[in-house]
Design a protein around this ligand. Structure first.
Ligand SMILES: *Cc1c(COP(=O)(O)O)cnc(C)c1O
Length: 220
């Protein structure tokens, strides 16, 4: 068994155990490998093990990796500047960091022009100054939804967040926020939260997708 296979096996059993502890089905928790600052060869190795979608933080790095590991999907999980929006929509299948109306409006215009459909996630930050990782607060989210106007080219998959570490309560706050918006929108919305160090708490609070870098690929 390769080191990568061993890490993935350990991760699977962590997810399994976390789900058993709260009565969830492990099949309902997606494992998104985060390949930032990892060599393309390792991404190809993961692809050979059945993974076809990877999270990347930087537009340029994601494009390069896509060239060196072709046939895979890349999801942008890092902050997006408006001047990179066109490149991001061209090369990434999903964008998980839509957090302001100006960006949403720009993405809509570009999606129309490029004639593409891209799943998007709204990045939430309920903690403000503490984290500075980007993301909309509750009022900001409202504005982003409005700017999107349910555009079918940019279907909203759900919410993504990087809560402050060591605060499991923040996962529950995100779960409540998701519930509120599910009621308003009248449909299911997914929640992407939990990383290598805190995925168990995130799963317990209802995460649908954990984004795993180091526990998947090893240290960066
Ligand atoms: C790097 C990163 C991850 C993965 O972090 P690990 O702690 O290595 O699992 C997940 N989400 C985002 C947004 C990241 O930037």
């Amino acid at each position: 068994m390769s080191q990568l296979e061993a890490r993935i096996a350990r991760l699977r059993s962590r997810i399994q155990r976390a789900c058993e502890n709260c009565g969830r089905n492990p099949a309902d928790v997606e494992l998104l490998p985060v390949s930032k600052r990892q060599p393309p060869a390792l991404v190809r190795e993961a692809a050979a093990l059945g993974f076809s979608r990877f999270g990347e933080n930087y537009v340029q790095e994601g494009i390069l990796k896509g060239q060196e590991a072709p046939g895979l999907e890349f999801v942008l999980i890092g902050p997006l500047q408006r001047n990179k929006a066109r490149t991001a929509l061209t090369h990434f299948q999903q964008i998980m960091t839509v957090d302001r109306p100006e960006l949403a409006t720009r993405l809509r215009a570009l999606a129309q022009e490029l004639d593409v459909v891209r799943g998007i996630w709204l990045q939430v930050d309920l903690w403000g100054e503490e984290t500075k990782v980007g993301g909309a607060d509750a009022g900001g989210l409202e504005a982003v939804f409005q700017a999107l106007e349910g555009d079918p080219r940019l279907p909203v998959q759900g919410f993504m967040a990087i809560p402050p570490p060591e605060d499991p309560g923040s996962f529950h706050a995100l779960a409540r926020l998701r519930e509120t918006w599910e009621q308003r929108e009248g449909r299911r919305l997914r929640l992407s939260m939990g990383m290598s160090g805190d995925m168990e708490d995130a799963i317990r609070a209802g995460s649908d997708q954990v984004r795993i870098g180091t526990a998947f690929f090893g240290s960066r």
